[in-house]
Design a protein around this ligand. Structure first.
Ligand code: XUL
Length: 558
């Protein structure tokens, strides 16, 4: 933490994520982090009785439908207030008054349903300094009258209850590939448009009582400005409702999602979609009075956690990053994205109004690596690494596919498959062969599927997430992709990205022109290189790819 000058401007990035909310403050002049704070829903707000920040159908049999996963937006608001209180305690009058801009990141795909009149009777309380006096806290404002929400529990990205709505969208639009070409992704259960379509069908009265629908990200912006704030294009791309080419709602997708209701009405409830660097307002008087935000503090459009991570990892055109977490994710910034029904998502770029980002997600990331660590290495990463090094590069042609959980990429793959050098299935491998097969397989898959949606030519890879501290795994990444691997210092890339974007939006407004994001980042410290590729090993992997692809198809046929 670096804040020796108490007169420099600051910006605030928030991250309203699945398990909690985080804040990160950086200096506008040199991008150094001044402070980070967090609140965990399960631990800090136990009265909502969440597990991992959510209400899961498996924990509430008889109360929730199969596949439903929700969280109360009231909890997100209460957590935000608690977070700001924590910051205030630590602040000692030195931080809030210098914050020039705020932006937020939100878990992608979740939706918030504002009741008719919520803007005038609930959000407006955060503005009404003169008339009614400001509310004692955010909760008071949101609970006022009939309460701000027509649907008290918001469906979130873990919800998988919308398969009928997904199939309807794909059938009505002419198949999954066409849905992908228009909206950036085939129909996915967690995508917001399919969730909204289900609310329309299952809770018609609540939908009729809804004035506005926000994403989790734009919900946070609504609180900060004290009125409805628009959805940004980047998070809007994760809804199966926006046309990623026109960067506006797709009339066709809206009509299908609206079902028997009016598509125009749905468009009204969604509001306009805006470029991610847009100023959506000034911080409401409630936050100024209670925490000391300055009067000219701007609120920049919020966005999803994945787009914000792309900003936080400072990815430019042609850059690729890999996050090795519970799930593994590859991100890239592309000039020629290739939306695909078989893999990945194309979103609008959060820092370049004309650009795109691509993302490939895997469910079988670190949990699968850990499974083999526990099975063959007694739970020790050192032992796992030793086994990894024992087997040769390319594993003498032995290849494994380990879908412990039903996979997102390739969609629906499930089970364990091991093939010997002749392509015959076998029941088991020696421990070192298993370990090499799991690590090599994960990155061969990433190379294959990332390339299918356009991530083809890049000069380096930035790794983040828990798995990135394992240099043996980073070496396999470098060799499979044939480029040097660098590592980011922070694991909070979403809140850091929100802070960078707050700064970006603030500078664009100050200079009255679009400032390239690279200029905003010019003071950022360079990333650390962790591995150069071994090009001989890279050739082995390149030769393995066609066979890997054919074997993957075989696994999907089972
Ligand atoms: C992305 C996705 C998750 C959430 C997690 O499509 O569903 O990464 O964004 O917050």
């Amino acid at each position: 933490m670096e804040d020796e000058r108490r007169d420099t401007a600051l910006v605030l990035g928030l991250d309203s994520s699945t398990q909690g909310v985080k804040a990160l403050v950086i200096r506008a002049d040199n991008l150094q982090v001044v402070g980070e704070w967090s609140v965990n829903y399960d631990l800090d707000l136990p009265h909502y009785a969440t597990r991992g920040g959510v209400h899961h159908f498996k924990d509430r049999v008889g109360q929730m439908d199969e596949g439903e996963v929700t969280a109360p937006p009231l909890m997100w608001a209460e957590a935000l207030q608690l977070l700001l209180e924590k910051m205030k305690k630590a602040d000692e009058g030195t931080i809030f008054g210098r914050i020039k801009a705020v932006s937020a990141s939100g878990q992608q795909h979740g939706s918030v349903y504002w009741r008719k009149g919520a803007e005038a009777s609930n959000l407006a309380q955060l503005l009404n300094e003169a008339q009614t006096g400001l509310p004692s806290d955010l909760m008071h404002a949101l609970k006022h009258g009939q309460g701000a929400f027509s649907v008290p529990n918001s469906p979130i990205w873990m919800d998988s209850s919308t398969t009928p709505q997904c199939r309807r969208l794909e059938e009505a639009m002419g198949g999954p590939q066409r849905v992908a070409e228009i909206t950036g992704s085939r129909a996915y259960e967690r995508f917001t448009g399919n969730q909204i379509a289900r609310v329309i069908e299952k809770q018609p009265q609540a939908y009729a009582d809804t004035e506005r629908i926000s994403l989790v990200s734009s919900f946070v912006a609504c609180l900060f400005v004290g009125r409805y704030a628009p959805i940004d294009r980047s998070d809007g791309s994760g809804m199966n409702l926006m046309d990623i080419r026109t960067k506006d709602w797709s009339a066709e997708a809206l009509k299908i999602a609206a079902g028997d209701t009016s598509a125009e009405e749905l468009a009204d409830k969604l509001g306009n979609v805006v470029p991610s660097h847009s100023v959506v307002g000034k911080v409401a008087p409630f936050f100024r009075a209670r925490y000391g935000f300055p009067e000219d503090c701007l609120v920049i459009a919020s966005s999803g956690d994945n787009p914000n991570s792309v900003a936080g990892m400072r990815l430019g055109l042609g850059d690729v990053s890999i996050s090795l977490g519970t799930s593994d994710t590859a991100f890239g910034i592309l000039s020629d994205p290739k939306p695909s029904a078989s893999e990945g998502h194309i979103f609008c770029n959060p820092v370049d109004p004309d650009g795109s980002m691509a993302m490939v997600c895997y469910k079988n990331g670190s949990l699968t690596r850990q499974h083999f660590r526990d099975l063959h290495a007694g739970g020790s990463w050192d032992e796992f690494n030793a086994l990894l090094q024992t087997a040769p590069i390319g594993n003498n042609g032995k290849t494994g596919f380990f879908f412990k959980e039903i996979e997102i990429t390739p969609p629906g793959a499930s089970g364990f498959f091991r093939f010997d050098a002749d392509g015959k299935t076998v029941d088991s491998f020696a421990p070192e062969v298993d370990v090499r097969a799991v690590v090599e397989g994960q990155f061969l898959s990433m190379r294959l599927h990332a390339s299918n949606i356009g991530m083809r030519q890049f000069s380096s890879i930035l790794v983040t997430g828990g798995g990135s501290s394992n240099t043996n795994i980073c070496k396999v990444v470098a060799d499979v992709f044939g480029v040097p691997v660098f590592k980011a210092e922070t694991s909070n890339s979403a809140s850091l990205g929100a802070a960078y974007r707050a700064l970006h939006g603030w500078l664009c407004r100050q200079q009255q022109v679009f400032v390239p994001f690279s200029e905003v980042l010019s003071a950022a410290a360079p990333f650390t290189k962790v591995h150069d590729p071994d090009m001989a090993a890279h050739e082995v992997y390149t030769a393995m790819l066609p066979r890997y692809e054919a074997l993957e198809k075989e696994c999907l046929e089972h």
